[in-house]
Design a binder for this molecule. Structure first.
Ligand code: ADP
Ligand code: MG
Ligand code: ZN
Length: 479
């Protein structure tokens, strides 16, 4: 490859709040279209916006979590354009004094392709707060506008052109989403349009300092689509440059079904938004003390959580990675781990059993009937030798289905592990008597048959015998 790709991302994230950015309409997805609206978000003359304090605090938190400098003085501006998704004919946004500037995001792990990534940070130019426009839906011969979305608080996170591959762009999006979720800023549900991204890409000959001509790709509605679009666009631009042609600055769309980008508009058709400060809104100020108080209250981020899980709970980096993919899962593990001396075992149960079952049954961990305390109790029952691993699976399934406590299930079903040597000796004798052919083979030197005999003993004990003791007793009786 003769060219190096240069990539910068502009990501929109809807902030989760009770109400919209400048009015008291609910900020809620999925209602009947145009039922969550009022004169303010419909842009009626004579109405006045009132800023949502919660949204502003969350915007600042997003900045603090990405290492941004927080403005002590910022303001809202009007971005003017005429389009049906914007009943006021201007969007309240921020131009020159955004809440957050000069941050960075650390990339880690692997990209979409699974290839390891270089250790690097991607600069965050700015994070500003604005209002989401209405959602337009276009069908054959008709268009619909849903103003429920108009006025929903929206963050725009603009990166520096620091990424060099589709995998890095993918990792950046993943890291940003994690922060937004852990920071309790947004759920980032892409299917609900809570996180949307535009990708800027240019190519330059390897070794050249100056950036090439930038193409902006709009409306990428999944990380996977973003990754594909970047790869496609690198290929398309390289092909044009290879033919000796020049690129012009343009905005393109991405058709994920066709796997192609298409021209939307060229630089000449760019809007002039005639920004000016919104006279309806007061500037927003913060004191140093206020910012420090917000900083002190920041939640623990996934990267720090992963380190702690490895250092304090004895997990592998892989376990820690899986358990922090979802904030709720991490919180669940944290709660259970605190209640037991065997956090590593708790992690194993969550990763191999709980997450699998939740996935199969399509249940979120918040709706799971097994509480963290109940899982910790189950692990302790295994550790104490009250039940063996096989029985534990049975108990676990029952807990998952009914939400009963493990001790109650064990008690009710009489599942306590049998470790009494007399009782074990008796079933071992019985198994040996019932399987003379296998005993013969074992004695002739086929050691593998022992596993079969262990299985027979376990069956006779209805799964309750302590497997270690069974093996020892079998070996003893078989001489
Ligand atoms: P515009 O004014 O056209 O919106 P900006 O300078 O605001 O352009 O940059 C928008 C995004 O494009 C940012 O994320 C930035 O990092 C990225 N970007 C800027 N120049 C380039 C380039 N030459 N190649 C790739 N991305 C770029
Ligand atoms: Mg821009
Ligand atoms: Zn409203």
């Amino acid at each position: 490859m003769k060219y190096e790709a240069v990539i910068g991302l502009e990501v929109h994230v809807q902030i989760r709040t009770a109400s919209k950015m400048f009015c008291s309409c609910p900020n809620r997805y999925g209602a009947e279209p145009n039922t969550l609206i009022c004169p303010v978000c419909m842009g009626y003359p004579g109405t006045l916006p009132v800023p949502n304090h919660e949204a502003i605090l969350k915007a600042v938190r997003a900045g603090l979590l990405t290492g941004c400098r927080i403005a002590r003085f910022s303001k809202f501006d009007r971005k003017n354009y005429f389009y049906p998704d914007l009943p006021k004919n201007y969007q309240i946004s921020q131009l020159d004094l955004p809440f957050c500037e000069h941050g960075a995001l650390h990339l880690s792990g692997t990209g979409f392709s699974g290839a390891p990534l270089p250790e690097k940070s991607v600069g965050i130019t700015r994070i500003h707060l604005e209002e989401d426009p209405a959602k337009l839906t276009h069908a054959a011969g008709a268009s619909g506008a849903d103003y429920n979305r108009a006025g929903v608080p929206l963050l725009e996170v603009v990166s520096e052109p620091d990424m060099r591959s589709a995998d890095e762009a993918y990792a950046y999006l993943t890291a940003l989403k994690e922060i937004m979720q852990y920071g309790d800023i947004s759920d980032c549900d892409m299917e609900k349009g809570q996180m949307r991204c535009d990708v800027n890409i240019s190519l330059r000959p390897v070794g050249q300092k100056e950036f090439g001509t930038k193409i902006e790709l709009k409306n990428l509605n999944s990380f996977r689509a973003a990754h594909r679009a970047v790869e496609y666009e690198i290929w398309r631009q390289a092909d044009i440059l290879d033919r000796g042609e020049t690129l012009r600055q343009e905005t393109r769309g991405w058709n994920d079904d066709r796997g192609e980008s298409y021209l939307m508009r060229t630089k000449e058709q760019a809007h002039d938004y005639r920004y000016f400060p919104d006279p309806d809104l007061m500037p927003v100020t913060f004191t140093d003390a206020e910012i420090e108080a917000l900083r002190a209250a920041l939640p623990e981020l996934p990267a720090a959580k992963r380190e702690r899980f490895v250092a304090e709970c004895g997990l592998t980096p892989y376990d820690a990675e899986v358990l922090t993919l979802d904030r709720a899962v991490a919180a669940y593990f944290d709660a259970a781990a605190k209640l037991t001396k065997s956090p590593k075992l708790v992690a194993n149960w969550i990763i191999s059993e709980l997450l699998r079952l939740l996935g199969e049954e399509k249940i979120s961990i918040d709706a799971c009937k097994i509480t963290p305390a109940a899982l910790a109790e189950l692990v302790d029952l295994i550790e104490k030798g009250t039940i063996n691993g096989k029985i534990a699976k049975e108990v676990f399934a029952e807990m998952f289905a009914t939400g009963k406590k493990p001790a109650a299930i064990v008690e009710e079903k009489g599942l306590v592990q049998v470790s009494d040597s007399g009782a074990i000796s008796a079933v071992v004798t019985e198994a040996i008597r019932a399987n003379p052919a296998q005993v013969e083979q074992y004695k002739a030197g086929n050691a593998k048959v022992l596993q079969f005999l262990v299985g027979q003993v376990m069956k006779l004990s209805r799964g309750k015998a302590n497997p270690q003791l069974v093996i020892a007793e079998l070996k003893k009786q078989l001489g």
